[in-house]
Design a protein around this ligand. Structure first.
Ligand SMILES: C[S@@+](CC[C@H](N)C(=O)[O-])C[C@H]1O[C@@H](n2cnc3c(N)ncnc32)[C@H](O)[C@@H]1O
Length: 451
């Protein structure tokens, strides 16, 4: 079993199966399909996959996660096929299993199982829950296998089936990225690489990995891209805090904020949990007087756990950063990191449920919270201080449009060039010889406050 990074929680380790080899799960496939169908139906009802997987028995969780990821990356086409092949909607448990089988049988599906095994195991799973529907499901899946070529052609004319994203999401990307929208949608269905942040620098750690038989290459000053995902327990020095799991785009925040930051600077990490960027800031500059806030007390505990593993320390406080009267002691900050809550549209590769969970109205609502955070925190910044605004989103409303509007409202703010890249970071594989982009989708703005 191989671990993958959960991008919203850089140090959490989830487990997934290799996609090209038969999955070595000890739990029978029919059982895994039952859990997967339940998880997928939970996502379709609006619950996060993380929450759904937490309900799954521990032994079945790795396999269920791997299959759920594969199904959610093909849910658009699976729903299209279900409507074609079984126009009268079956009961939820049967529908869930049908969707899983259709997604996994799809020609571009990720299943490491032969067609007949998947059909047989799906029918067995249906038998356990709805004996009377087993014959029906068997007939539907066998018809799918017979008519696969024609069904592929019919699915390609339906954008939701073709791109496996909701229609509104496709339209939003078309509007925001007229030249790249198709490539962005395709990239969202790829497997992201596993990237590490090595405390002593990428080159030295690549050598340590090589000595341990793990192939990797440096992709940034501290960023190491693994050729294959590994369990963190296999990484030399992980337990000792020498290395963390963190995407390359996320690794840009700390150096950006710390440029020209004075010694012993007072720094605010306003939305800090689970602490990936907090830890990076302190690794680079242990002298910082750093306050890490998060409105979610449970997630803030993960910041503490991360800092403990890395032998770092910061002031931690559970608070809504917008409510400055409740937590601020009146002393201004030299630098503020606002890694704001967002749609997570830049990290769909790592969270394939996100596209199905979001609603179009979430985007303006999130943009409003981001604006409120910017407006509340700006007065806390010293004249001459810097604020880095970041979102792991590729929607412009949460990126450049947000910053343009802020600069209109706030006459003491100016936007500085972000060295090394311009505008949004897009998770496109264009220049990456190793396949899927090493970068998640991110937006960064570096704001300076006038004296
Ligand atoms: C994108 S995540 C931060 C990731 C983190 N900076 C890292 O690198 O690990 C956004 C965080 O903002 C927190 N949050 C949401 N609204 C907030 C608010 N009003 N005040 C403070 N934190 C908030 C969420 O609980 C979530 O942990």
């Amino acid at each position: 079993l191989l671990p993958v990074q959960a991008a919203l929680s850089p140090t959490a380790v989830l487990y997934t199966a290799p996609v090209s080899a038969p999955a070595p799960f000890s739990v029978p496939l029919a059982q895994l399909l039952l859990h997967t169908a339940e998880a997928v139906q939970a996502v379709r009802k609006g619950r996060s996959l993380t929450e759904a997987l937490a309900r799954c028995p521990a032994a079945a969780r790795p396999g269920t996660q791997a299959l759920s990821f594969a199904v959610l990356r093909r849910l658009g086409v699976a729903e299209h096929l279900r409507k074609q092949l079984a126009p009268k909607r079956p009961p939820p448990q049967v529908e869930g299993l049908l969707l899983c089988a259709l997604a996994l049988l799809w020609p571009e599906g990720e299943a490491a199982y032969a067609d007949h095994t998947l059909v047989d195991q799906t029918v067995q799973a249906v038998r356990r829950k709805a004996q009377a529907s087993a014959g029906f499901v068997n007939a539907v899946l066998r018809r799918f296998l017979r008519e696969r070529n024609e069904l592929v052609a019919s699915a390609n004319v339906d954008p939701v089936a073709r791109f496996n994203h909701p229609a509104w999401w496709i339209e939003q990307l078309k509007a925001d990225w007229p030249a790249q929208w198709q490539a962005l949608l395709a990239a969202n269905n790829e497997h992201p690489p596993m990237t590490l942040r090595a405390r002593q620098g990428a080159d030295a750690y690549v050598e340590r990995l090589a000595a341990a038989g793990i192939a990797a290459r440096a992709v940034g000053p501290q960023a190491v891209r693994l050729a294959r995902a590994q369990p963190v327990s296999a990484l030399p020095g992980f337990a000792e805090g020498e290395v963390s799991v963190q995407d390359l785009a996320a690794q840009l925040a700390a150096p950006l904020l710390l440029r020209e930051c004075p010694p012993g600077a007072r720094v605010l990490d306003a939305c800090s949990a689970p602490g990936g960027k907090t830890a990076h800031l302190l690794e680079l500059r242990p002298d910082l007087d750093l306050l890490a806030l998060d409105s979610d007390a449970q997630r803030l505990q993960r910041v503490q756990d991360n800092l403990d593993r890395l032998h770092l320390s910061a002031g931690l406080r559970a608070a809504d950063a917008r409510d400055t009267a409740a937590w601020h002691d009146g002393r201004p900050f030299d630098a503020i990191l606002l890694d704001a809550p967002c749609s997570a549209s830049g990290i769909v590769r790592r969270h394939p449920d996100v596209r199905w969970l979001r609603r179009p109205e979430d985007i303006p609502q999130l943009a409003r919270i981001q604006a409120e955070l910017l407006d509340a925190l700006w007065p806390l910044l010293k004249p001459g201080g810097r604020l880095v605004y970041a979102t792991c989103s590729i929607f412009k409303a949460e990126g450049q449009a947000q910053i343009d509007a802020f600069l209109q409202r706030q006459s003491t703010a100016s936007s500085l060039d972000v060295p090394g890249f311009t505008g949004h970071l897009l998770p496109l594989a264009d220049n990456d010889p190793d396949g899927p982009s090493a970068l998640d989708g991110f937006f960064y703005a570096l704001l300076a406050k006038s004296f």
